[in-house]
Design a protein around this ligand. Structure first.
Ligand code: Q9C
Ligand code: ZN
Length: 342
């Protein structure tokens, strides 16, 4: 299996993250991608290709233009007022406030477009985030041209980023942009399976009223876990998209034994949909030793997960999402890909 990787992810290297009311070292850091790359080399998964540059057009198929312009200039505008540090919002749109007006100032725009305070924007974030999209799109193009499966080693991750907001370590939705690119390349139906521990609220929102892109997600229950306000079972899509969004919220402590059945159900739904292309939002923060998550996957379980994904039996693009147990991250990711190939 080809993998796509660029070292430009390193341009997103925040100094701090807001965790439990304190500024602490980030969980989402450059070593994550490097350890996955090292493990791919270690097992000789296949050729590792650099991304090519797709420009902004594929991004604008999925994201709001004002939002994209904001991301592009956010750190520069921040630094004019605040200096060299990373950009954080401190305010949000309250329940009854105006969401139809975009403020002009840096603080105002950060509050308008962010949905959490855990996702710093740095001087290199735009470069890294657009490279991450190019990694996904390079993988998408290879699959569209006939590869059975490709692994896009994206960093920063993407599945929390919605049409016009960012958060959860995500800026641009790599998986959603790739899924739309499959449609634009002629695929009639695209399925996305999101196995990251957190609900892929961004991907869900982007395709919520569409039936040409099926979104299926297994994740920690939002009544207990981030992103808290999205990921319930009764979110089933809207309008002609009704029935084409499927959430499997699972309790803290979920292990492979309790994950297997909902996963089988999810795979069955995707097989019935009979997609022309298949995108997997691959987070391995379901791991027992993940520092910010509360599922109980063991390392061998990722082999089984890969086997289950392979049963969809369609051209498949893996897009890297979360996973923060950096010592085991590479092995867990590679186990999914090996399980898939065997
Ligand atoms: N106490 C992804 O996995 N919350 N994003 C951290 C730590 C943010 C995860 C809270 C989790 C975002 C792509
Ligand atoms: Zn996650």
């Amino acid at each position: 299996m080809f993998a796509v990787y660029s070292q430009d992810h390193q341009y997103h290297n925040p100094r701090f993250e807001l965790v439990d009311g304190q500024f602490s070292p980030p969980f989402e850091h450059p070593r994550r991608a490097e350890t996955v790359l090292a493990q791919i080399r270690e097992i000789s998964l296949g050729h590792i290709l650099p991304p090519r540059d797709f420009g902004l057009s594929a991004i604008l198929r999925v994201h709001d233009e004002g939002f994209v312009r904001f991301l592009q200039t956010a750190w520069n505008e921040w630094s004019l007022v605040r200096g060299e540090g990373d950009a954080f919002p401190f305010t949000w749109i309250g329940r009854a406030m105006r969401r139809d007006k975009v403020p002009e100032t840096s603080d105002g725009k950060l509050g308008y477009y962010a949905f959490d305070a855990g996702t710093p924007i740095t001087s290199g974030t735009w470069r890294a985030a657009t490279t991450s999209v190019n990694v996904a799109l390079t993988g998408q193009e290879l699959v569209a041209k006939g590869e059975r499966a490709v692994f896009a080693l994206c960093r920063p991750p993407g599945h929390h980023a919605a049409r016009d907001c960012y958060g959860g370590y995500c800026f641009l939705n790599n998986a959603a942009i790739a899924a739309q690119a499959f449609r634009d390349a002629g695929a009639e139906r695209v399925a996305i399976l999101d196995v990251d521990y957190h609900h892929g609220n961004g991907t869900q929102e982007i395709f919520y009223d569409r039936r040409d892109i099926l979104f299926v997600s297994l994740h920690a229950h939002p009544r207990q876990e981030y992103p808290y306000f999205s990921g319930y079972e009764d979110e089933r899509g809207a309008g002609t998209g009704e029935g084409y969004n499927q959430n499997y919220p699972l309790p803290w402590g979920t292990d492979w034994t309790s994950y297997r059945e909902p996963l089988e159900d999810a795979i069955r739904a995707i097989r019935n949909y009979s997609p022309d292309a298949f995108v997997v939002s691959l987070g391995v923060d379901t791991f027992e030793k993940d520092p910010i998550c509360k599922f109980q996957f063991h390392k061998e379980d990722y082999l089984r997960l890969g086997e289950a994904i392979a049963r969809v039996n369609k051209p498949t693009l893996f897009v890297m999402e979360g996973g923060y147990a950096v010592d085991e991250l590479g092995l867990n990711v590679v186990n999914v890909l090996v399980g898939f190939e065997n």
